[in-house]
Structures are given as structure tokens and as C-alpha cells.
Design a protein around this ligand. Sequence first.
Ligand code: HEM
Length: 515
Amino acid sequence: MVRFLEAWLLTWSCTLSTAFFQAVTGYQVVGFIIPLLVLELVSLPLWGLYWTVLYPSYFTPFRNLPTPPKRTFLTGNRTVVLPDYPYEDIRSISATLPNKGLVRFYEPFCREVLMVTKPNTLKEMLTLKAYDFGHPRLIKLLMKRLTGNEFNFLTPVGHKLFRKNLRPAFTNTHAAEMVQLIEAELKVDHDSVIDLGDYGNRALLDHPNNEFRNQFRKIALEPNRTFKWMQLISHYFDLRPLLLTFSLIPGKKMQVKESSEFLRNFARKVIKQRREKLQRAESPDIKDITTVALENDAFPPDELADHAVLFLTVGHKSTSAAFEWTMFELGKRPEMQRRLRTDINKSLGSASLGTVELGSRVLETPYLIAICSGVIRCYPFTPLATKIAEIDTSLLGEHIPKGTVVLFSAEALNHGQELWGPDAHLFNPDRWMAAGMANSGRASSNYAMLSFSAGPWGCIGEHIARAELAHLVAAVVQRFEIDLVHPETVGRSKPGPFMRSVDGIHVRLKLVRSS
Ligand code: HEM
């Protein structure tokens, strides 16, 4: 389909330029312009007919899979042509189309994709055949640019090693600093409105080196509209020559390269210092991911520097977004805030998170952990994941040729009534409070909550993300009453690759307990 469109456009441009040359100069260049024009005018409708009617009905290898009934050439089975997926379209396909775990549907211009909708197929794709499915080419390219490494560079053995090493690498230093930041602001003006995204970012990325923060900001920008359209177009055309041309133009693209190089060099220096300290048998000031990985001799220092940049880029915005959504849910419910504050005080006693490290006691505060789990379920940072079949493979006994696009939607699965019951749409932390339900939240499958994905390529930072979130939330709720500004609109999430609030989440914080 793509090749045809490319060849068709090429023929058109050749014909038009030749005709233009002939009209301007009067020279008779070729005699076959008219037949070519006729051929082009006839071939596109035929091509459209083939891809919109004949292929989906008779020629696709997936013709036995359920597909939504209504589609148009322009929008496919979506309701609009947008570079971002409207979540509602995906949710309605998942919920209303009878299927056994695999459906097919059509994106704009009749691009065929498959979507996995049930735990049995998810298990097959994400766990049993995890290495048959990889990341899209554009994501690989982007991650390579940011980190100097392939996105899925970690081996299964490496993943397990990382998981083992990440959890003890956690400290609560950032949460303490965040509380200090907010208090400093409140001292200036008690009525000030606080942008929680900004505080989450500052707390999670706090580093004494300002240049580090500045350079990080340049690469951690959310994808803009141009990027999103490029992503959509990249499904139909090979954009690599265009990207290469852009990368030669000085400006934004070079900035990204320079910033990621700066971060890698920075990481190398930090790793070198930590390594020297460890060799001198001095105990490190902070037990962070890098130190713990070095202590375990898990990775060569240069590889570790690439990993460090990867952690920063993928881990920071996601945790900061989860923190914002938690403040949004709590901000709407003063009663829930009070119950949580009582639970936190019971766990921590008179000690304050802002001054004392209380890692394990925070993680043993049941209502706090339940609230964090509720938020992670209701607001998956990446609502829709795209995988590409790296080899010829199969799902549910259906042949999946190499290159097939297979999606799964954490947003749809996390809210699926089949897995979560009739109140699946509600934010209800008490799901995790019932006896024996602290991990599952009463869901009927291990593949019901996919905010961190699952299987060998699932989020390696899940434990640290949950711990960071719990500390940030505990630090704020222990000290402040949260009052939402514009509660009526603030909960709207914007369609896009990441689940963020359209307007950002702004609050007023009232001090209920000083440090
Ligand atoms: C609430 C916070 C977070 C969420 C919702 C989240 C979610 C995800 C998801 C959905 C993936 C994709 C897995 C796939 O492609 O199948 C992922 C990958 C990853 N995450 Fe997270 N993440 C979070 C925080 C973190 C943190 C704090 C770190 C690091 C300390 C981290 C490190 C990573 C890494 C390294 C990968 C790539 C794994 C691989 O493909 O090898 N994440 N995350």
C-alpha cells in the first residue's frame, strides 16, 4: 500500500514537471503525458477501492477476525482523523465488539492494525512470545538518539537483574525537598495557586546542577503537534530521508543531540565518582540506582551511563503525571484526604517525612498504597501501546506476518468491566483494602492492570515509581490540605501518547501541620 502511494506520487510529480517544462519552453519533451495522466487518474480510485473494500473483505489475512462494522477511507474505524488516538474509539471497540481477545480495525486511509483485548492474548503477546514483538521504528530511533542505545537493548537476564537491584535503590530525599519547596512558596503567599506538574518535576528531578536541569528540559519536552503528525504520516511513508535532512539543519534537532550527549557525559562523571568512592570503601551519601548497580557490579560503567539517561527520560514525566493525578483525585475528596492523613500519621507517628527517612514505613501505609494503585489504574501514562511483529508469528492461532502492527490499550483494559466489575469506571482505593486484595485490587486477572505493561519488556522502574509516588503523596498530605482550583475542568485529559490533564493541575495548599 505504502509503496504504491509512493510510486503514484512520484509518477505524478514527474508528469507534472514534464508538462510544466513543455508549457514554458514549447519543446515537445515526451508524447505520453496524456496517457500517463489518464493512468494516474484511474489508478488512484482503483487503489482506493482495493484498500477500502476488496482488501478488508477478501484479501486480508485477518479477514476472520472481528472488525467494527462502520469505516470510511479517511478515518478508518476512528471517528476523526487526528494524529492522537481518541481514547473513546479504542474503549468502544474493546467494549462493544464481540471477540475472543484479538480484533482488527482500520486507521485513517485504511491502515490495518490488530488490537489485543483480553488477558489470554495479552499473556501470549507480552510474556510467552515477548521477543516476537518489538517497538515501532520511530520510537527505536528516538530512544537511540536520546540514550545512544536501542530502546529494547536490555536482555531478559538484564531485566531481572535490574528489577532485583532497583527496589533497594530507593531513597525519599526528593519527597523531603519537595515539601521544603512548597513550604517556601507558601511563606510568600498563603493564597498562591501551585502548578503541581512543576513541583512534581522539580521534586523528581532535583539536582544541585542547574545546567543538568536545563539540558534535561530540552529533551523531556512533550511531543508537539508537528511530531505527532509526523508519527502518523510515518505509518504510510518512510520518513527516514526527511529526518536525516532535518538532523543536518542546525537548531532544535541538534539541541536534542547536544542535550542527550551532555546528560550522558554527566552520568559518566557521576558514575566515575561513585565508583572511586566504592573502591576506596567509603559509604556513599545516596543509595541511588547507579550506586546500587555499581555495588552489584551489574553493568560496565559506560553501559550504565546510557541506562541512567534512559531511566531519567522514561521515568520522570510518568511519575510526575501520576503524582498530579493523585492530587487531582484527593483534591476532589476532602474526606479521603482526612482518612489518608490519619493513616499516614498512624504509620509515621510524630516523625516528619521532610526531615527523616522513613522509606519502609511509608510503603507499609495501606490506604496510601491503595490510593496510589487506584491512580495508576485510572490514569495509565501511556494509554495505548504499539508493538510490531519482528518475525512471522501467531496469536490465538492466527498467523501474524512480520511487520504487522499490534496494539493494546492500558486505558481500555484498566477500565474493562469484564475484568474490574460494573464499577470499573470509578476511582475507588478501597478495592485494594479488602483482605488479600492489596496487589490485585479485586481484578480477575494479572493482565487487567497494564499501566506498567507486563512481561519481560514491562516497566523496569515499577517498584521505584510506586515508591516515589507514595513518598511524594505522603509528604504533601501529611502537611497540607489540598484544594483544587477549577475542579470542574481540571480532570479532562488530552488525547495523545501520554495521559496528561488538558489544563494542568493547579491547587491551593493549606498548611495543617508544620515541619
Ligand atoms: C508511574 C510511573 C511509570 C509508568 C506508568 C511507567 C510505564 C512504563 C511502560 C508502560 C513502559 C513500556 C513497556 C513496554 O514497552 O512494553 C515502561 C518502560 C520502561 N520504564 Fe517505566 N513507567 C514509570 C516509571 C518509571 C521509572 C521511575 C523508571 C526508572 C527509574 C522507569 C523505567 C523504565 C524503563 C527503563 C523502561 C524500558 C524497559 C524496556 O523496554 O526495556 N519507568 N514504563
